[in-house]
Design a protein around this ligand. Sequence first.
Ligand SMILES: Nc1c(C(=O)O)ncn1[C@@H]1O[C@H](COP(=O)(O)O)[C@@H](O)[C@H]1O
Length: 160
Amino acid sequence: MTAPLVGIVMGSRSDWATMKRAAEILDKLGVPHEAKVVSAHRTPQRLVEYATSATARGFKVIIAGAGGAAHLPGMVASMTRLPVLGVPVQSRALSGLDSLLSIVQMPGGVPVGTLAIGEAGAVNAGLLAAQILGLSDPALAERIEAWRAEQTAQVDEAPE
Ligand SMILES: Nc1c(C(=O)O)ncn1[C@@H]1O[C@H](COP(=O)(O)O)[C@@H](O)[C@H]1O
């Protein structure tokens, strides 16, 4: 089995419906990845182990999704130099605005590349991770170009 290059983490199993969109696009582009539930709040030790071992395990990019008081992406970013892409999961109480603000408003010095709220954000996190890896993988870069061309071909000019 190929070693995963992208690590997908999420605060709860309830986030998987959103975060699986990132996994699906990575599958489509042939990027090996691994998904795990890791919570800064509920499994702090698992978080420390995950983030501090991510580089040694061969990951190149981490995608972290969480909802509400979404501390997970920032905490992962604080413990690794790998690029961290944050996905704000749509929360019930505040529709994901809480998640978005928790993830995007990082203090200077610890970046999290923050995507849009919900499934579109998860898809784009997967694409962005692939694009980062595509910088040093010409075959992957070609697959991304082909995926883009297919997307373009599916957009009809006629409104109906
Ligand atoms: N934001 C976080 C973190 C974290 O940031 O570490 N851990 C869990 N959660 C979030 O709590 C929400 C509700 O979780 P439950 O559905 O399990 O109650 C989820 O969206 C999860 O990401």
